[in-house]
Structures are given as C-alpha cells and as structure tokens.
Design a protein around this ligand. Structure first.
Ligand code: NAD
Length: 509
C-alpha cells in the first residue's frame, strides 16, 4: 500500500493524498508548491527578512519562548497530528518530538545572543588594528526534512536559522506533511511576522525547486542518495549547505560492560521509532567473553516489546511503506547467507499493516547487506568479536560515519575507543542521543553528511562571520604602502628577524 498518492484535480496543480501509517486512513491532501510558487515564496521571504534581522535577539527570543509555552500547554494538539502522520506511540511522540522541541526553542532563545554577539578577538601581530567579528544572517534559508522526525527535524534548524536573523522556507517530507506544517503554525501563533517562515509542501520536485529557488543556504536532512543531488545543486548555485544523511551506527560492547544496561541500550537503540532513526543501532559488536549472556538478555528484552498502532505500545509501524521492502531485502539476504533469526523476522500484521517485528540476528557476516547498507528498520544484527581492535576495525569499515556507541565500565577505555571511531559523534554507555544535546555540534562523516548542525557551530552556520578590521592610530601612511624602497625592505627584514627569530617574538607570534 502507498501512504502518498497523486490525486486528480481540476485546478491545474499537483495534489498528493496522504494516509496514516497506523490506520491507512486518509489524513488529508496537500497542494504541491510548484517551482514558480517556490520562487515567489523566496521573494516574499527576502522582502520580510531585513525587518526580522533588524529585531534584537531579545525580541526574537520572546517569540521562541512564547512558542515553547504554546507547545507545552497545548501539546495534545501537536501530538495528535504527529501520531496521525507517523503512527508512533503517545510516549515516543512526546519524548522524541515535543521534549526536544521545547529544549531547542528555549535553549537558542537563551543562548543565541551570547553565541552570535559581536566578538573582539585580540590580534597577536597586527597590534595597530582592532578586530571585530560580527555574525550576519545569510538571508533566506531553505530547510528540507525527512519523515522520521517530522516535527523536531523541521523545528530545530528553523529555530536556529530564525534566531540568527534569517527568513526560512521549510519543506517537510511529503510522507509527513501535516506534522511538518505544525512548525509554521506554532511559530505563527507565537507571533512570528508573516513570510519570515513559510512552509512549502511537496515531494522531491518541490525540494529541488527550493534548492534552485535563489535561497542563500540549504539545510538538508534525508538519505545519502538525495543528499548527493542536493549537494551537487548547491555546488552549482554556489550556496553553502549542511547535509545530515543516513547512517549504519555500530555499538561496541566491551567485556567489562554493565550487561543489563548495555542490553537495554541495544534494544532501545535498535527499535526506537521502529528503527527509523538516523542514529539507531544498526550493528552490534560484542566481546566473545560476554556475548552469550548479552545476546540472551537482548533477545529476552526484545520479546517483551509490545508492538501496535493503538493504545499503549512500544514499537509502532513503519512510517514509509517502501522501508518494508528494504527490510525484507536485507533480511532475505542475511538469512540466505546463514544468519540466525533469534526473534522476530517477519511482518506483524496483527499489530498493524505496516508493522515489522523487532528482530534480533546472530551469525551475521560483515559482507551481508544488513551489515553494509542502512536498513532503517527494527533489525538488530549482532556480531561476536575477539577484542577492541577487531570491533573498531569492523565498525570503521563502513561507507557511513554518523554516530556510534561504546559500552564499558571503564570510561577511559570507552573514550579511547570512541576517539578511534570514524563517526560524527559517539555516546558512551548510552544510546545515540547527541542530537538531543543542544551544545553538541552534530553531523556525519564519510557518506553520512557534510557540515554540522546544533550548538555554537550550527547556529553560526546560519550566519556569515564577517571580520571588520579597524585601524587604531591613523598614521598618514603604513610602512608597506608605496613607494617600495630598500629602506622599507630593511625594516621589514628587521621585523621578520625579531618576530620569528627571537624567543620573545616567537612567544608573541
Ligand atoms: P529522502 O532523501 O528520500 O527525502 C528527504 C527530503 O528530501 C524529503 O523532504 C524529500 O521530499 C526531499 N527530496 C527528495 N528528492 C529531492 C531532491 N532531488 N532535491 C531536494 N529535495 C528532495 O529521505 P527520507 O526517506 O525522507 O528520510 C530517511 C533518511 O533520512 C534516512 O537515510 C535517514 O538516516 C536520514 N536522516 C538523517 C538524519 C541526520 O541527522 N543525519 C536525521 C533523520 C533522517
């Protein structure tokens, strides 16, 4: 079945009909924003942006805090829409979308002024000048988001771009357009001026039109394949972009790990959001000495999970039906090549049309699809390794490098392993939660992405850091100005000898 289908219309525009992954009932139609509409929206955003950029950080913060208060007090309205679009449980919608949204709104409201305020770094050499670094908004930012976190993955970059003084065009995934549109509704209710944030709806064609629509930056979150196209288009348009892409995150369980906690972390990391989590645990490397005990606990905990689409449950359906094809392709390949299904391993039609049972696999080998490609589903393959070195080698032997986790009671050992992983971030003794730590710069390495979002780095990424160098004393001329004379060369040689040829000079430089 399809969650998004085109519908015939008489208004000359493309329309898409969207259904809920939980019930397959139609949730509504969206009118697709055409390339012309996108260009018109960019023009409106460009007209609205200077007045927004002229507001103070404090004024912008008032709107963000008001939005947080609306979200906190009226959360049921937001959760209802998120649940209809994703089929997720009540708790997961609250924990994964609303909680971090409240944090993002209030964190950047509180800290943007300090992070983006003018800086005056001292100059080590050009002592006759003063340096001011000022963070100028880029202008109009295009944000393109996927379906697996449709509210938070739209809201978080939007808040950062807005706090930096930009206008924003946000294109949610066509799979979850209504949860994405909530970002616009929330900020409009909070008093954001018209056209400073606009939602453009549609599929890949609208996304591509946005990248080519004359914006000043693209913040893209989605698959590697689309990320490549977006990166190429940004290169053609000479605009910066951040690409937050897929992953194949590894979990390394050392022989001294707290096994109960590690097993719980593996189950949560793999099955959270039904495995549709960019930093989900997609592979486990466990030390041989504790492997049997660890696997037993993981299987027990997995069997205890309640799957469903209604009432109280732990694991929901796949949000995008095509994901089921990927899961089944990876599973068929693994089983055909000798993997053992310890639990799960099939669709769960009793729980819901789009549900796949939380699955644990052992006897997997490194060359299987399930170990090589992003599955983005509730499958947990476990590999037994001899030591830390083998675990690190296998973890790094991947075209992805988003995040990863290391589990050991010896934190120094775990941090040492973390430093050897070629990933954007690592969590020790916890599932991958770095995206939820506002202070942490977040981004992938290798095929998992380009650039970083969040924290000081992410916020400043929505600005141009403009250095303004001011002369302090105003002599009639500078030593290096015309005419070039032998005298001036001798003076310059003296400076070189002193600065790079004496201990005091070297200390100062
Ligand atoms: P996708 O790449 O199919 O779509 C993402 C967005 O791009 C959608 O809004 C889509 O309409 C749009 N799009 C499609 N073609 C486009 C084009 N040519 N130009 C511009 N936009 C285009 O990804 P998806 O299936 O929605 O999301 C799942 C993927 O997202 C997974 O790989 C997952 O790992 C990744 N993801 C990464 C992060 C991260 O932070 N690294 C977070 C969440 C999801």
């Amino acid at each position: 079945m399809a969650i998004v289908v085109p519908v015939d219309t008489t208004d000359g525009r493309r329309h898409l009909r969207v259904a809920s992954p939980a019930t397959q009932e139609v949730t509504g139609d969206i009118s697709v924003t055409s390339a012309d509409d996108v260009r018109a929206a960019v023009a409106r955003a460009r007209a609205a942006q200077p007045a927004w950029a002229a507001t103070s950080f404090a004024e912008r913060a008032v709107i963000m805090r008001r939005a947080a208060e609306i979200l906190r007090t009226d959360q049921a309205r937001f959760i209802d829409v998120i649940r209809r679009d994703t089929g997720r449980s009540q708790f997961e919608s609250l924990m994964m979308e609303v909680f971090p949204a409240l944090d993002s709104l209030t964190y950047y409201a509180k800290h943007a002024a300090a992070i983006l305020g003018d800086r005056r770094p001292g100059l080590h050499l050009l002592r006759t000048k003063k340096l001011l670094v000022t963070y100028r908004p880029l202008g109009v930012v295009g944000i393109i988001t996927p379906w697996n976190g449709p509210f938070i993955l739209g809201l978080n970059p939007t808040v950062q771009a807005l706090m930096a003084g930009n206008a924003v065009l946000l294109k949610p995934s066509e799979v979850t357009p209504f949860a994405g549109a909530l970002v616009g509704e929330l900020l409009a209710e909070a008093g954001l001026p018209a056209d400073v944030l606009q939602i453009v709806q549609g599929d890949g064609a609208t996304g591509a039109a946005l990248v080519d629509g004359g914006v000043d930056k693209i913040s893209f979150t989605g698959s590697v394949a689309t990320g490549r196209k977006v990166g190429e288009a940004c290169g053609r348009n000479l605009i910066p972009c951040t690409l937050e892409l897929g992953g194949k995150d590894a979990m390394i369980v050392c022989d001294d790990a707290d096994l109960e906690r590690a097993a719980g972390g593996a189950v949560f990391g793999a099955f959270f959001n039904a495995g549709q989590f960019c930093c989900g645990t997609e592979r486990v490397y466990v030390h041989q000495g504790i492997a049997e005990d660890f696997i037993r606990r993981v299987v027990e905990k997995t069997r205890a999970l309640r799957q469903g689409t209604d009432g109280e449950f732990d694991v929901g359906p796949m949000i995008w039906p095509r994901q089921l094809d990927t899961i089944e392709r990876h599973m068929a390949d693994a089983v055909a090549r000798g993997a053992t299904v310890r639990c799960g391993g099939r669709r769960n039609l009793e729980a819901g049309e789009l549900c796949y049972e939380p699955t644990v696999l052992t006897d997997v080998t490194h060359d299987m699809l399930i170990m090589q490609d992003e599955t983005f589903g509730p499958i947990l393959p476990i590999v037994v390794v001899a030591d830390d070195d083998e675990a690190i080698r296998l973890a790094n032997d991947s075209r992805y490098g988003l995040s990863g986790t290391v589990w050991s009671k010896d934190k120094a050992r775990a941090v040492a392993i973390a430093k050897r992983l070629d990933t954007g971030s690592v969590c020790v003794n916890d599932s991958s939660i770095t995206y939820g730590a506002c202070e942490a710069p977040f981004g992938g390495r290798k095929a998992s992405g380009v650039g970083q979002v969040n924290g000081d780095t992410g916020l400043r990424g929505y600005c141009h850091a403009q250095p303004i160098l001011v002369d302090r004393f105003g002599p009639k001329e500078e030593q290096v100005w015309y005419p070039y004379t032998a005298d001036k060369e001798r003076t310059l040689q003296k400076v070189i000898r002193w600065v790079w040829g004496t201990p005091l000079g070297r200390w100062m430089s």
